[in-house]
Design a protein around this ligand. Structure first.
Ligand SMILES: Nc1nc2c(ncn2[C@@H]2O[C@H](COP(=O)(O)OP(=O)(O)O)[C@@H](O)[C@H]2O)c(=O)[nH]1
Ligand SMILES: [Mg+2]
Length: 445
């Protein structure tokens, strides 16, 4: 299923036009293919930027130039994937990039699947699973803190911490096994007191890693904030103002927004998924009614509900249960009436929006003191919990049983703890897990 035998090619830069576009080719044929595609002809000096012209063969076999390129050859194993890699940096024109990819395919490469470059880096031992997961988190990051946490993980901080715990476990198990294997000597390779102390130390390390998980998940996953209220109060306008673009349709006609519109933004350093909803009112229009049902649904799952009222109108607000932040919109209008505990804003002029951002961050936000969290991912958190439970069980086995008997029980628990840690790093893994992790990638990564 995960073959690394063939040579893969993809555009590594995002879709669309830009100054530069990069094509990545990885696999045994990478250098040969690029030599055939370029005027330089190769062999390319390793890790040396070479200016060349990329061409393709037309129907008659004569060469047609496509674009100038900078070619860089990274011989195995010192490349992103650990295989031979060539990067071609051309002008960022979709036509040019696609023509070159097609020429590479004609020359023997295969189109890469999403995440396949990073998957190969993992399979070739260049990075472990948390580092692969960090690549996608870094690319997806919306806030600087999210990017910093992902980069820390990419640099191998989590890998190193897990590795230290794992080697302590390994050492302990080796000595316990020796005690179990040579019972007749009546000698404990680990004294019960020392074993107890080691278990306490390991548990403490797991705990402290786990303690950063709450904050870490908040930074990585962010929060969902739904904008809810009656029709025409300015929900979509407020949504657009917070997003900074005209993402949602704004009209003077009530009932315009029918489906949920979402956008992820950075609000005071926090990743916030904003949801614009349909105005909550009784309606006979089936589409609008479905929109209203979805509005209530969004409000139910939201971490915070911004309940918007029109400050120039005496209409009441819909009854919504959950964590609510009340906002009175249209403060720029002469007829606006402010109310206590209702934040006055104008989506039109932007007045009060900074206060609204701060209020959102305060209600769902971060505790500033925590430095870079090491655990940001629920998969890691759950496995860490599993490891900790196994260590605690080992601790109990030690306390209740006695002598050689307890050593065997302790060993079984430690084995379980190690298995959980190895699942975090990906040393122990299944195709399903890899599929799940790499499904989040897009092509070219
Ligand atoms: N004066 C003023 N008009 C606003 C403001 N916010 C929205 N509107 C107007 O109110 C109408 C309804 O806005 P919209 O965002 O579509 O409301 P929604 O139905 O709650 O999504 C539109 O005509 C907007 O231009 C505001 O802060 N000030
Ligand atoms: Mg709307």
């Amino acid at each position: 299923m995960f073959s690394t035998e063939d040579t893969i090619v993809a555009i590594a830069t995002p879709p669309g036009r830009g100054g530069l576009g990069v094509i990545r080719i990885s696999g045994p044929l990478a250098a040969g293919i690029v030599s055939r595609l370029t005027s330089h002809g190769g062999p390319y000096t390793p890790r040396y930027a070479t200016l060349t012209v990329v061409h393709r063969a037309d129907a008659t076999g004569s060469l047609v130039p496509i674009d100038q390129a900078i070619a860089t050859f990274f011989p195995a194993p010192h490349s992103y994937t650990g295989e031979h890699v060539v990067e071609l940096s051309t002008h960022g024109s979709p036509v040019v990039l696609h023509t070159i990819v097609q020429a590479a395919v004609d020359a023997g490469a295969r189109l890469a699947r999403p995440g396949e470059f990073t998957l190969r880096a993992f399979l070739n031992g260049r990075i472990d699973l948390p580092q692969a997961e960090a690549v996608i988190d870094l690319i997806d990051a919306v806030t600087p803190r999210q990017a910093a946490a992902a980069f820390d993980q990419l640099q191998g901080t989590l890998t190193r911490m897990i590795g230290e715990i794992d080697s302590e476990l390994f050492d302990l198990m080796a000595r316990l096994e020796a005690s179990v294997d040579f019972p007749e000597e009546g000698y404990h390779f680990v004294e019960p007191g020392a074993l107890q102390a080691a278990l306490t130390r390991i548990a403490a390390r797991l705990e402290s890693l786990r303690a950063t998980g709450r904050q870490g998940r908040l930074i990585r996953e962010g929060r969902v904030v739904a904008i809810v209220g009656g029709p025409n109060v300015g929900k979509s306008s407020l949504f657009n103002a917070l997003v900074g673009t005209s993402r949602a349709i704004v009209t003077a006609v009530p009932g315009t927004t029918r489906d949920l519109v979402t956008e992820t933004v950075d609000i005071d350093g926090l990743r916030v998924t904003l949801v614009d909803t349909a105005g909550v009112r009784d309606t006979v229009d089936v589409v609008e009614a479905e929109g209203v049902v979805r509005s209530y649904g969004a409000a139910r799952i939201a971490d915070l509900i911004i309940l918007v009222r029109d400050g120039t109108s005496s209409d009441g607000v819909p009854q919504i249960s959950g964590p609510v932040l009340q906002v009175g919109n249209k403060s720029d209008c002469p007829g606006f009436v402010g109310q206590p505990d209702v934040l006055a804003v104008s989506a039109l002029t932007g007045s009060g929006l900074d206060e609204l951002r701060s209020a959102i961050a305060r209600r769902v936000g971060l505790v500033d003191s925590v430095e870079c969290p090491h655990i940001t991912n629920i998969r890691h958190l759950e496995l860490l919990d599993g490891a900790l439970t196994a260590i605690q069980s080992a601790d109990r086995a030690l306390a209740t049983a006695g002598g050689a008997m307890s050593e065997e029980f302790v060993l079984a628990d430690l084995q379980q703890a190690r298995a959980a840690l190895e699942e975090i790093t990906g040393r122990r893994t299944t195709d399903d897990l890899l599929q799940h992790v790499f499904d989040r990638f897009c092509i070219g990564k």
